[in-house]
Design a protein around this ligand. Structure first.
Ligand SMILES: [Zn+2]
Length: 397
């Protein structure tokens, strides 16, 4: 049974050029691995006006609980400068103990290993005493509108319920076993526009320089810190991402200035309370007499980017203990339970069941020459198999 070999599985998946939004044959290849194992596989195409249709896949084996879900994506980011690759980006060539290819670590490699782990576990113990499912999207690296969110809704409407989920994204900074993600910070972006009065640089009292205003507002966003961090999270952090005035004249005071920002916030806040805090800071600065002696309050407006990402922290002991115990048993190292990094599709899954993330070493993700140590594929497969065994064992107990 070839699907018990993660190296074969990954080579097959890498050879499918599934750059978002293209399916590229990757889901068909995955279905061909899962069906012989006894999974019933469904292909779900999601649509949204003005966006390309996205193909997704949901596969399940078993009808009873407990129900463990593996989540991931077969789409990949573009190859970038193809000439700079030392091995073809969709070739799955192995050199010096590493397999090269777009998606090798993010995250066809994680899928290849989980499929192999399931195949080995079924060969060893028969079908799981409960249910196992794969929730695989083709839209994680794109707008993420026609992927995990819609696939979860579709499955939930058919009565699917899960007890726990493992996302196979690359989570290890340097070595397999470094890190599990047990939560993620939230993310909110916004843009402010400051309205002043245009005038002559030599007669500033007749004008109202929007640059002074945008400096005051962005400074209020950056100082003081939003918090000092919490038990499970690093301090929240706001970065001003751009300030734009676009004034080519040296003798003109500009009337308008714009800035944009993004905050990554921890569980001190919700998206709503952190947005309220940002507005409070901006209003305080706009009305600060010291910043604008003898002038009316600063005029500005704020626009929020759509769809904030909500912060979450998983506190499911069975899930975390089965995974970290499996990692320690196989690698001899206790993984760090982390909430660092960007957002992931786990932020959508957490509304349905407890979710953790563990996959390969992420160093080359999205880079030219994305690659994975072949030895890591075997180790991750053994970790995943051990995790499955422990999770079902503990869930039954
Ligand atoms: Zn990914």
């Amino acid at each position: 049974m070839t699907s018990a070999d993660p190296i074969e599985n990954l080579a097959t998946l890498i050879r499918c050029p599934s750059v978002t939004p293209a399916e590229g044959g990757a889901l068909t290849a995955l279905a061909a691995m899962l069906e012989p194992l006894g999974f019933s596989v469904e292909r779900v195409t999601a649509s949204e006006p003005g966006m390309p249709d996205i193909e997704n896949l949901y596969a399940r084996i078993g009808t009873e609980g407990p129900h463990l879900m593996f989540a991931g994506h077969t789409d990949v980011v573009p190859v970038g400068n193809e000439a700079a690759w030392t091995h073809a980006p969709f070739g799955a060539e192995i050199a010096n103990g590493e397999m090269f290819g777009r998606g090798a670590v993010d995250m066809k490699g994680g899928i290849a290993c989980f499929v192999a782990a399931v195949a080995r576990q079924i060969a060893k113990n028969g079908p799981p005493k409960g249910s196992l499912s794969f929730l695989i999207t083709g839209d994680e690296e794109g707008p993420a509108v026609n992927g995990t969110i819609k696939l979860l809704q579709w499955a939930a409407e058919r009565g699917e319920r899960w007890d726990a989920c493992l996302v196979g994204e690359p989570t290890n900074p340097d070595q397999l076993g470094d890190m599990i993600k047990i939560g993620r910070r939230g993310s909110v972006s916004g843009a402010i526009t400051v309205h002043g009065v245009q005038g002559h640089a030599a007669y500033p009292h007749l004008a109202d320089n929007a640059v002074r205003g945008v400096i005051a507002l962005t400074d209020a966003l950056m100082h003081p810190p939003f918090d000092a961090g919490t038990e499970s999270f690093q301090p929240s952090n706001l970065e001003v991402t751009t300030i734009d005035v676009g004034n080519p004249a040296t003798n003109v005071v500009p009337a308008e200035a714009r800035a944009a920002f993004n905050i990554r916030f921890n569980d001190t806040w919700t998206a709503e309370t952190v947005m309220a805090e940002i507005v409070r800071r901006l209003d305080a600065a706009a009305h600060d007499e010291k910043l604008r002696p003898g002038r009316a309050p600063l005029s500005y407006d704020i626009k929020w980017a759509e769809r904030p990402s909500h912060v979450f922290l998983t506190r499911n002991n069975n899930l975390i203990a089965s995974l970290s115990g499996a990692i320690e048993a196989v690698t001899g190292r206790a993984p760090k339970l982390s909430t660092t990094g960007g957002t992931s599709d786990a932020r959508f899954i957490k509304d349905y069941c407890p979710v953790v993330e563990f996959g390969l070493v992420g160093q080359t993700m999205h880079m030219v020459d994305e690659r994975v140590a072949v030895a890591d594929l075997e180790t991750l497969t053994v970790i995943y198999q051990t995790f499955i065994e422990r999770w079902f064992g503990d869930a039954q107990a």
